[in-house]
Design a protein around this ligand. Structure first.
Ligand code: G1P
Length: 289
């Protein structure tokens, strides 16, 4: 069945980026001049999905404004002849339909996804965690959709991480089926290196069947006292089957300050209007050391 909807949970508080996130949702912090959440929504669009469901919390209204029309701004820019800017700000609201649901209590990522059940109904859907940004030739969500279409099951994205970093991720126990493709036998949320069943980690991209909802509904709070998506996925893997695909592309963890800076530099270096000058600046700075 075709994947038509993508769920993006944006209810997190963003405390790691205070004071920047005191009044501004962390998802609107820019990657160069594009809010991070728009980079994620563009991945959705480029994967052929047109409906986005944002799971929001308090103080996230500005994200919805970002994807809405802004008549005043468009009118002012049009009168000033800035048609390129009008296009840049209106294109995204034309291309994608965004609905939002409020997660009334911060009970964890698994709970945030369960909240989406009422708009997803009984079809497979994508989940994208907006702290994870990818630069990839083929959008990572589309890479997963291709595998899901072939095997008719849920698929989680996988990346290799060093063993000393497994405590930051959901980690799979898997059985290799072919190069880069695993049958997921079990999953553990944020295990220490000595407990981790592998070094194959979940970088925040998933294609899930609607059966995930019944598993999340009975998943008890886990790590940090939160209902973890990873624990719901472990049930799904055992009862319905689940695949893991090692994805191609460069991942940035923008929930982390260093990762956020690296994403900005990396995206900027690839821009023809900024890349060459930025590269010269970095080379000059580094040669001073
Ligand atoms: C979440 C998930 C985790 C996943 C990670 C990817 O953790 O719970 O399984 O590996 O995102 O970024 P968080 O980073 O939100 O604590």
């Amino acid at each position: 069945m075709k994947v038509r909807k993508a769920v993006i949970p944006v209810a997190g508080l963003g405390t790691r980026f205070l004071p920047a996130t005191k009044a501004c949702p962390k998802e609107l912090l820019p990657i160069v001049d594009v809010p991070a959440i728009q980079v994620v929504v563009e991945e959705v669009l480029h994967s052929g999905i047109e409906q986005v469901i944002l799971i929001t919390g308090r103080g996230k209204e500005a994200i919805l404004d970002h994807f809405d029309y802004s008549y005043e701004l468009e009118d002012t820019l049009t009168k000033r002849g800035k048609t390129d800017l009008v296009e840049a700000i209106s294109a995204i609201s034309r291309m994608v339909s965004v609905v939002s649901i409020r997660q009334k209590q911060p009970l964890g990522l698994g709970h945030a996804i369960l909240v989406a059940q009422e708009v997803i109904g009984s079809e497979p859907f994508a989940v994208l965690l907006p702290d994870d940004l990818f630069e990839a030739r083929i959008p990572v969500t589309r890479q997963l959709m291709e595998t899901s279409a072939i095997y008719g099951t849920g698929v989680v994205a996988l990346i290799e991480v060093p063993r000393e970093l497994t405590h930051r991720y959901g980690i799979i126990d898997g059985e290799q089926m072919e190069e880069g493709l695993y049958r997921v036998l079990d999953l553990v949320e944020k295990p220490d290196g000595d407990r981790a069943p592998s070094t194959l980690a979940l970088p925040g991209r998933y294609i899930l069947p609607p059966a995930i909802f019944k598993h999340l509904a009975v998943t008890r709070p886990g790590v940090n006292g939160e209902i973890q998506l990873t624990d719901g996925l472990a049930r799904l893997a055992r009862e319905e089957g689940l695949l893991g695909r090692v994805v191609e592309g460069t991942r940035h963890d923008i929930g982390d300050k260093l990762g956020f800076l690296q994403a900005n530099i990396s995206f900027a270096l690839r821009r023809p209007d900024l890349g060459p000058e930025l590269r010269r600046y970095l080379e000059r700075e580094l040669s001073k050391e």
